[in-house]
Ligand binder design. Structure first.
Ligand SMILES: [Zn+2]
Length: 70
């Protein structure tokens, strides 16, 4: 018969998670654009004049924007 050692460990993890729980912001809408240089799909949480590609770090001027869901 093995001793239930996992019970104590599980309790400890749950306690720590409740005390130091991280928070997040829920974003209802976002804007996606594809980098013309490396074709990486980027996401922006708001409309800005300039965007930077998360892959190649190039900066582009936003010409227009549209809502994906109407
Ligand atoms: Zn890129």
């Amino acid at each position: 018969m093995r001793k239930p050692q996992t019970n104590q460990k599980t309790t400890k993890i749950m306690t720590n998670g409740g005390r130091s729980m991280d928070t997040v912001d829920l974003i209802a809408s976002g804007y996606e654009w594809t980098c013309p240089k490396c074709e990486t799909l980027n996401e922006e949480i708001e409309v800005t004049e300039k965007v930077s590609c998360r892959n190649c770090r190039r900066i582009f001027k936003v010409q227009d924007y549209s809502h994906a869901i109407e």
